[in-house]
Design a protein around this ligand. Structure first.
Ligand SMILES: Nc1nc2c(c(=O)[nH]1)N[C@H]1C(S)=C(S)[C@@H](COP(=O)(O)O)O[C@H]1N2
Ligand SMILES: [Mo]
Length: 212
């Protein structure tokens, strides 16, 4: 029996429900760090969070202003397309629904392109962006988020593969159409449901695209 076949028994041994693990994933207690390029330098004095595109209002928040918005806590499993899953990760941040209330999406808005440092982006349908669980997180495990994991603010969208959970977020743009983000232009699925194994578009690939 192979490594992946043994995962359900491993989870049961630990008293965890194997149904929480999407197909083709393995369970880890580590918290791997994954991103393209180098970790950005962040200057809190000039950092801002902006929303534009199909919105009634285009706010620009400083970090203090953003962290003063209503916050919520979330405990969730996360699933990376490179096949690791981690259970019960704990986050605090601003719900995407709270931000949406303040920007007043226009009726023609259907998709969101989330923007980050170095021009990184990820796309998702507005409906998925507005799920109640989603947070722009600034705390992990009760502590300030670490730079490697996206400090000062990262998106957490638990129901999609973790590449949609944009680290070092600087805002988002509302669109009336879908537009691929960084990984989506580089072969990842436009939607990315881990339970449907929506990893890549096109023919199945034998290996995972390399990351630095
Ligand atoms: N800005 C930015 N956010 C990103 C990425 C990236 O390359 N740049 N990679 C994504 C991918 S593929 C994963 S699996 C998660 C990893 O988050 P972690 O390093 O906190 O585990 O970040 C996502 N968010
Ligand atoms: Mo990933």
């Amino acid at each position: 029996m192979g490594f992946f076949d043994r995962q359900p028994q491993e989870l049961e041994k630990r008293g965890l429900d194997p149904a929480r693990l999407p197909p083709g994933q393995y369970f880890t207690e580590r918290f791997p760090v994954l991103h393209v390029g180098v970790v950005p330098d962040i200057d809190v004095a000039t950092w801002d969070f902006t929303v534009d595109g199909l919105v009634g209002r285009e706010p620009r928040w400083s970090l203090d202003e953003f962290k003063a918005l209503p916050s919520a806590e979330l405990t969730t499993d996360i699933h990376c397309v490179t096949k690791w899953s981690k259970f019960d990760t704990e986050w605090r941040g601003v719900p995407t629904t709270e931000v949406a209330k303040l920007v007043e999406p226009l009726p023609e808005a259907t998709h969101v392109l989330v923007r980050a440092e170095h021009g990184f982006t990820a796309n998702l349908p507005l409906e998925d962006f507005l799920r109640e669980d989603n947070l722009f997180a600034y705390e992990y495990g009760g502590e300030e988020l670490e730079l490697d994991h996206g400090w000062p603010v990262r998106l957490v969208v638990p129901h999609l593969y973790f590449w949609k959970s944009v680290k070092w977020t600087r805002g988002f743009t509302l669109l009336d159409h879908d537009e691929p983000g960084f990984w989506e232009r580089n072969g990842y699925h436009m939607y990315g449901d881990p339970f449907q194994e929506q990893r890549y578009w096109g023919p199945p690939r034998p290996t995972t695209p390399s990351k630095s």
